[in-house]
Design a protein around this ligand. Sequence first.
Ligand code: ZN
Ligand code: ZN
Length: 290
Amino acid sequence: MKLKIQSPYLNLGNYIWAKGNLHTHTSVSDGTFSPQETIDRYISIGYQFLMFSEHDLIAPLNGLHTNGMVIIQGNEITDDGPHLLHVNAKKKVEPYPDRQKVLNEIQQDSGFAIISHPNWEEDFNHCPQEFLEVWEHYTGIEIYNGIVRHLPGNPSATDRWDLLLSHGKWVWGYANDDAHWEESFGVAWNVVQVETLTRDNVINALKKGNFYASTGVEIQKIDVKENTIYITTTSAKKIAVVVDYGRRIKEVHENSIEFEINDNFPYSYVRFEFWGEGESQAWTQPFRLI
Ligand SMILES: [Zn+2]
Ligand SMILES: [Zn+2]
């Protein structure tokens, strides 16, 4: 049987990459800077989209000068259980202790949900894996949360992601700052593929997996031709091919990779991890093999 690669990426030449953060607190909840100062900071470091995610409230966006930046309305469901992001929130969803009820309401609101920082806290278990395995109607998890660099736990959660993907739970990996104060800006972001920079296009790309997550490595091009995946970056020094249960099956010490998958490939997905200078990394979304 012929194996097929299901790529989450657009195979057209006709797109731009746009960078943004989906997890931002301002002085409206427990962040240092006002919403306007926060927008200005992100514009100055080259971001093209930003979501405000105050704790259990939707901050009003009127009166802000956005200078072309796409602003997404959001909320971080916080009280009474594991935190999660409500992206493109039209109405506030209450932080019901039953998080499945929260996820159902987010879906009805036509937004989507991302589970925040699963490996935060002293037990490295802010969100238990058994919840992630059974919950429905969330789009993905934060595989990197910048502020957890300064808190107990692990900012990375690719371990959780590989478990979910290996069990057939198809969710995307997002990287976010969880910006609160100075040092937490510009640490981790998502880069979407869009034809033009509009709010709808950005939200769609984030929902459908047309994006990669990064803490510094920049991907230029992702192409699939026949059974080969081609990826080029500007700044990777090392690239790894990761499959089911996090197994690393290939590493190259270069800034690009060409990976061919033959018909007897015994895994259900492949994804790519990149390392550059210092702690900088990037992660593609998984390519499903069917
Ligand atoms: Zn949180
Ligand atoms: Zn947060």
